[in-house]
Design a protein around this ligand. Structure first.
Ligand code: T5A
Length: 219
């Protein structure tokens, strides 16, 4: 167990299905670190940079594109994957690296795993091809630890039901596919040597927070 501030502040990622609680846990962690005297920032992807803002508008269908056959529709899947990768590199340059260099721990609410999971089916089929998404993200800084909030589709939908607005990924069928892919991708990243910590997202908010904080204190 280390005392704060940490000599080398880590880059921490929180991942999970929509509704798993990544935003809740990221915010709680930031507040706790600040109280413990650890300089830290909370950031997210899509980022709040220019490409990230555009992506958020596209996900909520506030920005649509004219289709060749007439009418409008969402941006192409591969183009969206490239936009997420471009946003990530901008995010790393503009926010993540400068914060780490200034001695701040960085918490990112979502990162590369989200691209693998949400954009991994680049041709729109059930067959996954993670390799291209990995290639376009290969310059992304590797996190020191990724907390994966493991949640079922049913749990996430019950939490999201409280909300009026849902984005383009938040339907039962799509989420069930995403749930399976999360498991696959986290195993894949762990086998490549990344530090992945799986947590049961159905646990109470405070209990999850204590597990995350205790882990950070060992880094
Ligand atoms: N995306 C993102 C891609 O497709 N490719 C990429 O490369 C990237 C980076 C982002 C979307 O972009 C996609 C994935 C996403 O679909 P977003 O709105 O930023 O969209 O998505 P999220 O970060 O998932 O935000 P959400 O708000 O949808 O979900 P969270 O953050 O997981 O959930 P949270 O914390 O807001 O909690 C939801 C509700 O559950 C309660 C909370 O109080 C809240 O009401 N809750 C709990 N209740 C009981 N017990 C717990 N343990 C609880 N934890 C939370």
């Amino acid at each position: 167990m280390h005392s704060f501030p940490l000599a080398r502040p880590p880059f921490v990622v929180v991942e999970g299905l929509d509704g798993a609680g990544t935003t809740t846990q990221s915010r709680l962690l930031l507040g706790r670190l600040e109280r413990e005297g650890q300089p830290a920032i909370l950031t997210r992807e899509p980022s709040d940079g220019p490409i990230g803002v555009l992506i958020r508008q596209m996900l909520s269908m506030r920005v649509v594109l004219p289709l060749a056959e007439g009418g409008v529709g969402p941006i192409g899947r591969e183009t969206l994957a490239l936009m997420f990768a471009a946003d990530r590199l901008d995010h790393i340059d503009a926010e993540i690296r400068p914060a780490l260099a200034a001695g701040r721990l960085v918490i990112s609410d979502r990162y590369v795993p989200s691209s693998l999971i949400y954009q991994g089916d680049v041709d729109g089929s059930e067959a996954m091809d993670y390799s291209w998404v990995q290639t376009i993200n290969e310059r992304a800084l590797v996190p020191d630890v990724t907390f994966f909030l493991e949640a079922s589709t049913e749990l996430c939908l019950s939490r999201l039901d409280q909300r009026a607005r849902r984005d383009i990924f938040e339907t039962r069928e799509k989420m069930a596919r995403l749930e399976r892919r999360y498991d696959e991708v986290m195993d894949m990243l762990a086998s490549e040597g990344q530090r992945i910590v799986r947590l049961d997202a159905s646990a109470p908010i405070e209990a999850l927070h204590e597990q995350i904080f205790a882990y950070i204190a060992t880094l």
